[in-house]
Write a protein that binds this ligand. Structure first.
Ligand code: PMP
Length: 305
């Protein structure tokens, strides 16, 4: 597995296709100087014969909404879907992949502003299997960094600049020997991981922060709602207190990259017996069956390339 894209990969940048190594932006590009971009991460699963892109349209619909919220322009959703499909076709991968489309401010003038600055659009791919190396569950910590609030850099937008917040939390977690950080928001409530949404299980209910908790409105999170509903599992969106993490029966993180990953411990307190919980296992299995096209009920989630 590699998380570095190959330089020879064909990538799309503002209307043309080139090897990734030739897709470059000037050093004074707004997105680089001011963090003014927003992006997506889309997985493609290799089923032995084709790549199945997961929630292709949903990702570009989110990107389009976020770009407009951030006063950025992007190609139409159908066009972006086609560029993503082309990215796969041109590289013909035979393994699981990850697509990274991005809308960004490509202007080079001085001063952080969004109005009257030209927009750019890019898309590239890399091979990606597991995002976390351990299948034994994650040891996580509550971060000393507070999650960005909706009134500063809205985390629901997947804005490039906002990922400095994630990078600080993740780096601190790793430096202290953990696998991942869990943010609290500025109200002190449980928010999300550096790149994942969080679910806890309490009294048999899958519980997750609601959409006003300064989280990214995750596409995997929504898929988990669907899978849970179809299995008759109870779901609740509500504010979660920090110490609920320590007494939860089960905890798992979800996201395009991490898929469904169970949490082994939080701040060195073991969750359950440390192993993957019963409900986590059910959700994880259902998710895997869906994304690897083993359950026809979820075929509409996938775009075959
Ligand atoms: N929260 C954050 C901060 C993320 O970066 C991600 C990854 N995109 C998620 C949650 C999960 O979102 P999704 O399921 O849409 O990948």
């Amino acid at each position: 597995m590699s998380t570095e894209p190959e330089n020879t990969t064909q990538a799309y940048l503002n209307g043309s296709w080139k090897p990734l190594s030739e897709c470059q932006v000037p050093v004074n590009t707004h997105a680089l100087q001011y963090g003014t971009g927003c992006f997506e991460g889309i997985r493609g699963y290799w089923d032995g014969a084709t790549i199945n892109l997961l929630f292709l349209r949903e990702h570009f619909e989110r990107l389009s909404r976020n770009a407009s919220l951030l006063l950025m322009g992007c190609p139409a959703v159908a066009e972006m879907c086609e560029i993503a499909i082309q990215t796969v076709r041109r590289n013909a991968p035979r393994q699981n992949i990850y697509l990274r489309p991005m809308v960004y401010k490509r202007g080079t003038g001085l001063g952080p502003v969004l109005l009257n600055v030209p927009d750019g659009f890019m898309c590239y791919m890399l091979a990606l299997d597991n995002y976390f190396s351990s299948a034994q569950g994650l040891n996580v910590c509550v971060s000393s960094w507070t999650r960005l609030s909706d009134n500063s850099i809205p985390t629901r937008t997947k804005a490039t600049g906002g990922y400095l917040n994630s990078a600080l939390a993740k780096s601190e977690a790793i430096a202290n020997g953990y696998d991942e950080a869990i943010f609290l928001n500025d109200r002190g409530q449980v928010c999300e991981g550096s790149a994942e949404n969080i679910f806890i299980v309490r009294d048999g209910v899958l519980t997750t922060p609601d959409r006003t908790a300064d989280i990214l409105e995750g596409i995997t999170r929504r898929a988990i709602f669907q899978l849970a509903k179809d299995q008759g599992l109870a779901i609740c969106e509500r504010a979660i207190g920090r110490t609920e993490l320590y007494i939860a029966d089960e905890i798992f993180l979800v996201g395009t990259g991490c898929q469904v990953m169970h949490v082994r411990s939080v701040d060195r307190r073991t969750i359950g017996d440390g192993n993957r919980g019963v409900l986590t296992a059910r959700v994880q299995q259902a998710y895997e069956d869906a994304v690897y096209a083993r359950n026809s009920a979820y075929r509409s989630w996938l775009t075959k390339v």
